[in-house]
Design a binder for this molecule. Sequence first.
Ligand code: HAM
Length: 497
Amino acid sequence: MPKIIKKGIASKVVAKTKNVLKSIQSGKVSKAVAEKTKTVKTKKIKETKVKEPFVLQSLRGMRDILPEDQPYWEQVRRTTERLARDYGYARIDTPVLEFNSLFARGVGEGTDIVEKEMYNFVTKGNDKVALRPEITAGIARAYIQHGMSVWPKPIKLFSTGPVYRYERPQDGRYREFYQVNYDVFGEQDPILDAQVIQVATRVVQCLGIKSVQVQVNSIGCQSCRKEYRELLVSYLESKKQKLCQDCKRRMETNPLRVLDCKEDKCSQVAALAPQSVDHLCDECRVHFKSLLEYLDELELPYVINPQLVRGLDYYSKTVFEIWSGEEEGRKSALGGGGRYDGLVKLLGGEPTPAIGFGLGMERLIMEMKRVQARPYRAPRPRVYLAQLGELAKKKSLKLFSEMEKSGILVAESFNRGSLKSQLRVADKLGVELTLILGQKEALDGTVIMKNMVSGVQETVTIAKVVDMVKKKLKTDNVVVYHDSNHENHNHNNTEEK
Ligand code: HAM
């Protein structure tokens, strides 16, 4: 869009025009003079329009997901949706845009996400909005807005979609990325914490990433964290010289974040810092102990990481992260989450315990590729439709659609003229049957059905061909690809159980 620069000569003209218009209103200048001034104004402003360069590429940190990569995305979508169903989560979708105050209040003013990474802007209606930098605050907002507090508990919600953070892009770190989130509202029993962690590890393992590491910690509740925070700040004060600039600032705003700073010198300070698990109140200690017992019961290995604090302010008690179990190439978590018992109240709802986690889809896919996990395999057509001549081409268009309606996956290449090249395609696809519609067949209302394994050909009437094909392929093995009424899972099931 061209930008109008109203400065220098243009602004002087605007000022002059305003004066002239005022003069007309007061009857001092003729309309003709005014018209002339108006024309000069428009001309001058046009001259100062600056054309912004046209950049033909996606924005930094944002990517196209091309068809060749889609089998991995499809595998993640199918697996995460299946596990959501298996564990009783109902899907919820919330808008990508929200009032930015939701995140400032929910995620926290002092967090990197809100302070540095939000895509904020003002709409034409003067609303201050932000592209969501995470999904949880929006879900908590929806929970309150739709009166879910009266629904039977626990309420389990599954959500997926794009998330935006203005971070420095690097491997596995984008400005637009996709998350899957599983959140549970209305239950404070630590058995839920254990089950939520189990769901997170199941997702990762079902995607073929067998080696998973669960890191857990407890950062206490509002009351015990206050005491711990004071203790931590006084320790950090004594080591202030050794901290990076960011952490010196964090000491004031968000001291717990100093513990997971990636700078070497800060990690050394963090390693000897007082640990939150040693300063929990009775309730938080019992909660954490029970969680660990439930994890043991599930035979789900975990590591207690006292430096794990998470980058969002709403967490209390349990926090956890899911990492690839393999040291090699391990830079960032596949996912993370925790309890956020205070968030709904903080946003104006009734006190409601809650817990959940988010997994980064790009990171899951990166790891799947690294461990050579299987992507989704789309069902392949078992029938090929070949045609020769204008009339046959027309008739095959209809026949293709009849087959599709009957749930038979068919391949064709209407753009190819020669029968030889079409049969070559059929061979390459490895189909079991090829239907051939030539000039003669089109006139007779018949089709040649060729068995590609035995080479046997028979002629059938076009009216019966769909039934014949079904019979040949044995109806219950017919691959259906997009009609849920016919869906046959046996062919699509590439997920690891
Ligand atoms: P988070 O740890 O900020 O938590 O993000 C969850 C996951 O999103 C990360 O573990 C990572 O896989 C992925 N992720 C984060 N930033 C990026 C990025 N710049 N590029 C690619 N992937 C990224 C949350 O967002 C919480 N709302 C999760 C939650 C749900 N807690 C409770 N319920």
